[in-house]
Design a protein around this ligand. Sequence first.
Ligand code: ZN
Length: 390
Amino acid sequence: MNEEFVFKYKNHNTLIKTYGEQFESNWWYITENKIPVDNKLLSIIIYADSTTCDHLGKTSEHPIYISLGNIPNWQRNKPNAKVLVGYLPKLKAKDNTTRNSESFRRLQRLVFQRCLRILLSPIMNQNDMYLVVQNKIHPFTPKLSVILADMAEAGAFTATYLPSTSKRPCYYCLINNKDLNNMALSHIDLRTPEKMKLAISENQASEFSIHKEFNYFWDFDDFNIYEATAPDRMHLLDLGVTKYLIEFTRELLHRKVSNRAVKDMDHRLCAIPRYPGLIILKNGLENISKFTANDYRNIMKVIIFVIDNLYDDYKEGGIPCKRLCNIFHKYLVMYMKLRQESFTDTELTELETLITEFCQEFVTIFAEYSPSRCKIPKLHVLRYHVIPSI
Ligand SMILES: [Zn+2]
């Protein structure tokens, strides 16, 4: 890791700007120019994930990891490139009434913020950290760059109300609940620490779907916790949009085609011939609630063949099978494009088009069948916040 460590912004000498590594980003360029001239930027990435520790899902831990943006992507994705800094304590409630009480939830939030304070105070607004890299001592200025978290964690870090029923259900922006399934907005009003502090001081916290307590991240200079928080691809896509896509498809078949089509879909999933590296789900989609991200990835590898020519006739309000195939195709093309390590401006525009087209089609096809009518925070995040994060 030492050998490949990057000290400076890299994008000066290329004709075409690329977005891939953190040290190629505009954020890096701007931040580097703000720190003392002799110092190097140390980009700190926080990664949080509630891990289930047993098969029944009864015990879980809340580890916080740290990694560095100075490490190139290919290396940062390896397990040894992230360091466990600690487990956040979990408050246990004596009974369900306590667990669901507002005072208990408030206490949970306070403990969370207090722990972050303890963990992160050594790097907050610090200028000189001396680290040995490539056998030489270098002065670094540490800056938080990204917080990778699933949606629930994002809600904890930003202290926002996330359920799609709250008035402003996005941790990143101030979108109104009624627009959550609108994929054609031209303007999105973003959250900033200043706006949120003002809202709380003016007694507008619930109007902004934000908890009233102080957020520790507001104390970091030049840091927008709402913008810096990003869901990881696994939680956003594999366990998010992919899962909805498959569940809604089943629902659509059930309501607008026939139960026979639902059964055929299951049957076709298990009838896929074995292939090295491909996991076949023996029971089709029966145990869908227990599927892992890897199960979903494997389903998506074969889903086009499963859906193709699955039915001819459909009830009123249904869609032709070809159109159903097409939305999966759109999704797969977008998914693969999103996995690219690096993007040029042109490629980013292409990706944005793919995302927008997919999200619009998703909402058009499924709005009628989903109880929440496609008000899915993850779909909204995919549509509006993934490209700006890149
Ligand atoms: Zn948003």
